[in-house]
Structures are given as C-alpha cells and as structure tokens.
Write a protein that binds this ligand. Structure first.
Ligand code: SAH
Length: 218
C-alpha cells in the first residue's frame, strides 16, 4: 500500500469517527483524489482533516465538513444539484459522484478556471460550471432537487429557496458572524419551508456581487 493510500484510509476512519456514516459519501471521498485540489505546496497535507488555502483568500473545506454537509444533503443518484461556491472544485467532484447532474457557481474567475480543469481531468462529465454571483442562483436551470452552499450566508438566500423543488433540500452555513455560524438544512414542503439547525461551523463568507477584475491573468 502506498503512503498516500494509508493516509486516505486514516482520513476515512477519522470521518467515520466524526459522524460521517453514509457509505455513498464515504466511498465518494475515497474515490476523489483530494491532492489534485490543493496547491502543490500542500501536497503532503491533502489527506489531513483540515481546510487549506486555495488562493483568492479562499479555502478548500475540511474533509469532515465536506462529508457531513454531503450527508446532510442526502443526495440521490437521479438528482439535479446546485452548488454555490465552487472554490477548488473538490466538493463539486464529490457531488458529481453522488448525483445525476451538478450545476456550480463561483464568483472568482481564476478559481473557477482551475476547478473546471481539475473536473475535466477527472472525467466529471456531469458538471456545468459558471462564474457569477451564486446568491442569485441559476434560474434557467431551476428547480433543483438539492442546493448546497459552501460559503456562509448572513441571512437566508431568498432566491435560492425559490429555486428549490418541492420536497427539495438546501444545506448552507448561516450566521451573522464568523464565530456564530451553523449548518442549516431547509426542506421545501407543499406549503412552505422547514428549517433545522444542525451544528456549528466556520466558513468563508458568501459575498453578493462580483470581485473587481484586476486585469491579471496569473
Ligand atoms: N466548496 C469549495 C470551498 C469553497 S470556499 C471547495 O471544496 O473547495 C467558498 C467559495 O465560495 C469561495 O471560493 C468563494 O469565492 C465562493 N463564494 C463566495 N460568495 C459567493 C457568491 N456569491 N457566488 C459564488 N461563489 C461565492
């Protein structure tokens, strides 16, 4: 067994201890090579259970958080999913293993370009990605069976709720301040929305609007 396989197995065991029990989610995490989604300098930490910087002041989420959020979303293999905050594309690749089709939106053009290249290299052909302000959702593709937001909103994103199918589920970090955020699960029913508060987290903020283009191409 390679050192990398051993690190991967250790991570999966840690995720199980931390409450990730869904076998589809665990095997998706086992299949997706996280080392492709972290900058080269962090190669040796790719299977550590930590968030890591990915540029543009953003981070790839901690594996436990990816596992727990994917599990809370309860995705099915025939579902159409919207993800807000592509970042490195790691969570997107996990969703691509679990669902029929994934639509993902990222506000940083550079991050999206790199994420798209990685997803292409991995052969994730069921992902459609675009640069944009995810708080507006993707109305042309709505409704969605599932919506996963991977940046913290300070208030419930109305447009995203409206793009949820009846019976659909949205999982998002929500909270007024970084030190007071919780993962929240919203279920759309025939007559409204049910909201459950799941556990405390700390995410980078969901920011409305687009970043200023600096003109650099990197
Ligand atoms: N899921 C990512 C983690 C991303 S961190 C991964 O697995 O790597 C959150 C991401 O959300 C950042 O890349 C940030 O730029 C993006 N983001 C924040 N506000 C956004 C918005 N309004 N629309 C789209 N993306 C947004």
């Amino acid at each position: 067994m390679s050192a990398e396989d051993a690190r991967k197995i250790r991570l999966i065991m840690e995720l199980r201890r931390n409450g990730v029990a869904d076998t589809r989610v665990l095997s998706a995490i086992e299949r997706v090579p996280r080392e492709l989604f972290v900058p080269r300098t962090f190669d040796d930490q790719a299977y550590d259970n930590t968030a890591l910087p990915i540029g543009c002041g953003q981070t790839i989420s901690q594996p436990t958080v990816v596992g727990m959020m994917s599990q809370a979303l309860n995705p099915g293999d025939r579902m159409k999913v919207l993800e807000i905050g592509t970042g490195s594309g790691y969570q997107t690749a996990i969703l691509a293993q679990l669902c029929r089709r994934v639509y993902t939106i990222e506000r940083h053009r550079d991050l999206l370009r790199d994420a798209e290249q990685r997803l292409l290299a991995l052969g994730c052909s069921n992902v459609t990605a675009k640069v944009g302000d995810g708080t507006k959702g993707w109305p042309e593709q709505a409704p969605f069976d599932r919506i996963l937001v991977t940046a913290a909103a300070t208030e419930m994103p109305e447009a995203l709720m409206q793009q949820l199918a009846v019976g659909g589920i949205m999982v998002l970090p929500l909270g007024p301040r970084p030190e007071n955020q919780h993962v929240v699960r919203v279920t759309r029913t025939e007559d409204g929305f049910q909201t459950e508060t799941l556990w405390a987290v700390r995410f980078v903020p969901l920011i409305s609007g687009m970043p200023e283009e600096t003109g650099k191409t990197r």
